[in-house]
Design a protein around this ligand. Structure first.
Ligand code: AMP
Ligand code: GLY
Length: 433
């Protein structure tokens, strides 16, 4: 099957790596890709934010299935164009993508369909927002979220009234996130561990394809500013079969049914960001795509061919039988450039990539890299994800950090504690699958 993967990060490298084992030579394309992806797929120099160009290339190359990594192309209607042209694509329409692209839509939708989530108010003006926080009805700390896409930076947890007021001023008056902040969702602050729950959807059905836990803060022990993700492990030891079933029944099922009833059936990957509260699992956010770096740790645990599943999702005829998931654990450590997340150094030569990749149970995925004069150099904030595959979390951690220790570049930074909480959570039977 001729396949095109859209995107250029570690997530897309992991998708391409999975597909590479299932495609014949020459059948795997990526756009725009990166130097790691280039070793496995032919790159097309396309801008994913130009749907017409992507569709034209797909027609020209006779691509049979397109898999979209990032949300941006979906938010501007790439899947709508494909569906209109009768081309298979893994990813939702622009209207269905509102589950991620508009937090106000997602919250109102959850309320309409009784999906458990934090109590909230949606505010269309700074006066309304100020009145909301001054009333104290949602308590403190309180969570303020810009409605639109804000590159993962649109959420502020305000500890008290003064800081909530300052944030409202920043977002709604000074427009720190541009038009993304024209509306603000204000919600109660939930407490509990966060887990990511992934399903593959075909508009009607949803099949679980794995769970993971991300490490969003830049420094060890969850200190420092939020990032796109500094590491992840899979599966989450906090999600057992009973909790998984509860998430399906109370969250995934009503979302799929509700989107279909409202005329926007959801197909593609749905990433359910959950907080496990004392009151049960509640939705923190939806993403209409796979996560990065979560993809790098979940995909290799899918213990059956991936492409038939993705093609079925795109066609709207997913089966009912569960996806087979392998035992074992995966731990992914992100290596970032000096200055990340505020700034990102680039152009530093990277050593040890081959030595790391030769280690058993170690896979290196590229994100912010570039090829320069025959060398791989850094080209962005998150540079690589090094994944360790092990029989249990401790084994996977040891392999991942064994890989990291072979790699070096000027200014590289990474967390030393990725996966440690999985061992704690799994308790004495460390490494349960
Ligand atoms: P989001 O961009 O929606 O993923 O939010 C970013 C982060 O903010 C999440 O990963 C949570 O850690 C935190 N967060 C978002 N909403 C809440 C909430 N209602 N209560 C507590 N933390 C939250
Ligand atoms: N790692 C979080 C995300 O992909 O949104």
């Amino acid at each position: 099957m001729k396949v095109l993967v859209i995107g250029a990060g570690g997530r897309e490298h992991a998708i391409v790596a999975r597909c590479a084992g299932e495609c014949r030579p020459g059948e795997l394309l990526a756009a725009p890709g990166n130097p790691g992806i280039a070793a496995l797929a032919r790159l097309l120099p396309l801008d994913p934010s130009r749907p017409e160009d992507v569709l034209e290339a797909v027609e020209r190359e006779q691509v049979e299935l397109t898999i979209v990594g990032p949300e941006l192309p979906l938010s501007i209607g790439l899947a709508d164009r494909f569906m209109a042209a009768g081309r298979l694509i893994v990813g939702p329409t622009q209207a269905a993508a509102r589950l991620e692209t508009s937090k106000a839509f997602a919250k109102a939708f959850m309320q309409r369909h009784r999906v458990p989530t934090a109590r909230f108010h949606t505010c269309d003006s700074s006066d309304e927002a100020l009145a909301c926080v001054r009333s104290g009805g949602l308590g403190f700390p309180v969570v303020l979220k810009a409605d639109g896409l804000a590159a993962g930076k649109g959420v502020v947890i305000a500890p008290d009234l003064a800081s909530a007021e300052a944030t409202i001023h920043d977002v709604m008056v000074d427009q720190r996130f541009g038009s993304a902040g024209a509306r603000l969702v204000i919600e109660e602050c939930l407490v509990g561990p966060e887990v990511s729950f992934f399903v593959l959807c075909d508009g009607r059905r949803a099949l679980p394809i794995g769970t993971a836990q991300d490490h969003k803060r830049v420094f060890d022990d969850d200190r420092g500013p939020n990032t796109g993700g500094m590491g992840a492990f899979a599966p989450s030891p906090l999600v057992d079969a009973a909790l998984g079933e509860r998430v399906i029944q109370q969250i995934v099922r009503p979302v799929l049914d509700g989107m279909r009833e409202e005329g926007h059936p959801f197909s593609g990957f749905l990433y359910v960001g959950l907080m496990l509260t004392g009151d049960g699992p509640k939705v923190i956010e939806f993403n209409v795509r796979l996560g990065d770096p979560e993809t790098q740790v979940i995909l290799s645990l899918i213990d059956e061919p991936l492409l038939p599943l993705l093609a079925a999702a795109a066609r709207g005829d997913l089966r009912d039988a569960p996806v087979r998931l392998a035992a074992g654990a995966r731990v992914g450590v992100v290596i970032a450039s000096r200055g990340y997340p505020e700034t990102a150094d680039s152009g530093r030569a990277i050593d040890g990539l081959d030595a790391a990749a030769r280690l058993p149970g170690v896979t290196v995925f590229h994100a912010g890299t570039a090829a320069h004069d025959g060398r791989i150099v850094t080209a962005g904030g998150r540079v690589l994800t090094v994944v360790g595959s092990g029989a249990d979390y401790a084994d996977a951690i040891a392999r991942a950090y064994g890989g990291v220790s072979r790699i070096s570049f000027d200014g590289m930074q990474y967390r030393r504690d990725i996966g440690r909480q999985a061992i704690r959570a799994a308790g004495p039977v460390a490494g349960r699958p």
